[in-house]
Design a protein around this ligand. Structure first.
Ligand code: DSN
Length: 495
């Protein structure tokens, strides 16, 4: 724990404080209302809480939202259509939606120091597609219209449209490859981003697994992208966004940063200066539910220059905004503006360090040899397993992770050779350095006691596995002991 930081008891944010009996009975009653219509949904909802309470949630993109955030999503805002933007809607009666959307955008601008915020995207993928479209509209549509001698899109003939589609569809995008830690929407060939753009990908240094900015610069100079995408979903290191902007400027590209994974570390000021994407990127996309700990959804930050194009996201790219989720984003962003969120974010990073150290001292192999964000990427080939086998064996033992490619993965994107782990969720529960060391011990123990299985024909299998006798039960018992110290939503009794 860093010098001068408050004790961890203070970091156990409000959602882990005992819920008031009022909150608890509100959930009880909500489930009774649901059960009166479809009891199986009520039952699955209770069971989901029980399962989340009983497992070590290490999926790097998941978290636990506060009751205030969760409850905000369960209201009549869900029933309102509000296509358009604040004060400029295609539907009547949007005055209250305007209030919550404007609040969410204001909190987002303040939280991240952004010139403009757009809080309508329903997910991170929607945010990325909206951003791509907005950048194309800003960079290509305007000049193209000028060249075509027309003032607006309505004047275009069908032949003009066909030509425009051809030009828009052939723009160049350079993003991080999936196996190096990038996201599907960063130009992965089978994804729509890899089809609508002429794509190219940058990777990491084969020796260190780290981003090589010189190689990236050389590739950008050769490829001359219109859009340079930075950001990741499985890279366990920080990125120098000032350098990324330099490279983008050198080749005349728009710098777009997808901070979905690490938005909480930006909001909590763990990533500052060159590591904060907001002052350096033209457009930043994100989700609200990962390390930022809000409702499921996306949002976009942009400079004033790009704002008018992003603002047309709905209905040009997006379906009607989810007003209830925008309201919940406003609540979550307000939570993230509290000082306690800074402590939480620092704990997320410190805990990732403890988890990585716990693996390294037990001889496990990590991609890049460690972490300095919230992700630890375990290379499970040293245990003689594929990612799929490791993920399944760990799940049997109550440890919830997800398999992930490692750079130049010999097992491909389905079976993979890695397991991605993240600290945001268990840090929210209150886990600290000792607990994360114990988590590393449990995971290593499970993987050491798992063997590769065989196919029906007796061939080595990439999917089946054999977990040693009693290992699952022993691990579940040890996890239960850890989890009992840090209950999820204490006081919420749904029995
Ligand atoms: N599904 C998210 C993740 O797990 O990283 C990215 O889309």
């Amino acid at each position: 724990m860093g010098m001068g930081r408050p004790e961890r008891a203070v970091t156990r944010i409000d959602l882990m404080a005992d819920l008031s009996s009022l909150t608890s009975s509100a959930y009880q009653q909500a489930l009774e209302v649901i059960a009166s219509v479809e009891p199986r949904v009520a039952e699955a909802t209770r069971k989901e809480l029980a399962d989340q309470r009983a497992s070590l949630k290490l999926i790097a993109s998941e978290n636990y939202a506060s009751p205030a955030v969760l409850m905000t999503m369960g209201t009549w805002f869900s029933d309102k259509y509000a296509e358009g933007t604040v004060g400029h809607r295609f539907y009547a009666g949007c005055q209250n939606v305007d209030t919550v959307e404007a609040l969410a955008a204001e909190h987002a601008r303040e939280l991240f120091g952004a010139e403009y915020a757009y809080v309508q995207p329903h997910s991170g993928i929607d945010a990325n597609l909206t951003a791509y479209w907005a950048i194309l509209a800003h960079r290509v549509e305007g000049p193209w219209l000028q060249n075509a001698g027309v003032k607006n899109m309505n004047e275009l003939t069908e032949a003009d449209w066909e030509k425009l589609r051809g030009e828009l569809g052939n723009q160049r995008l350079l993003g991080m490859s999936l196996d190096a830690g990038g996201h599907l929407t960063h130009g992965f060939r089978p994804n729509i981003s890899g089809k609508m753009f002429h794509q190219n990908q940058y990777g990491t240094d084969p020796e260190t697994g780290l981003l090589d900015y010189d190689a990236l610069r050389a590739k950008a100079k050769e490829f001359k992208p219109l859009i340079l995408v930075a950001g990741y979903s499985a890279y366990p290191r920080r990125v120098n966004f000032a350098k990324m902007r330099e490279i983008a400027d050198e080749v005349g590209a728009t710098l777009m940063v997808d901070m979905a994974h690490f938005a909480g570390l930006v909001a909590g000021k763990v990533f500052q200066g060159d590591e904060d994407p907001v002052p350096h990127a033209h457009v930043v996309t994100s989700t609200s539910h990962k390390s930022l700990r809000g409702p499921r959804g996306g949002f976009i930050l942009a400079t004033e220059e790009y704002a008018p194009s992003v603002d047309r996201g709905c209905p040009m790219v997006l379906g009607g905004p989810l007003s209830h989720v925008m309201a919940a984003k406003a609540v979550a962003f307000a939570e993230a503006r509290q000082d306690s969120f800074k402590t939480y974010a620092q704990d997320v990073a410190d805990n990732a360090q403890s988890l990585a150290d716990g693996f390294l001292k037990r001889g496990a192999k990590l991609v890049t040899g460690g972490t300095d964000n919230h992700i630890v990427l375990l290379d499970v080939t040293s245990f003689g397993l594929t990612g799929r086998q490791a993920e399944s064996a760990l799940l049997d033992a109550g440890v919830v992770t997800n398999r992930n490619s490692v750079p130049s993965d010999p097992n491909g994107a389905w079976y993979t050779s890695g397991v991605r782990l993240g600290t945001p969720a268990l840090t929210t529960r209150g886990f600290g350095s000792d607990e994360f060391d114990k988590v590393a011990e449990l995971i290593v123990d499970v993987l050491k006691n798992t063997e590769q299985g065989t196919t029906k024909a007796g061939e080595p299998s990439k999917a089946s596995y054999v977990l040693g006798d009693g290992v699952a039960d022993k691990t579940r018992a040890a996890s239960a002991e850890l989890l009992a110290k840090y209950p999820l939503y204490p006081g919420l009794d749904l029995a």
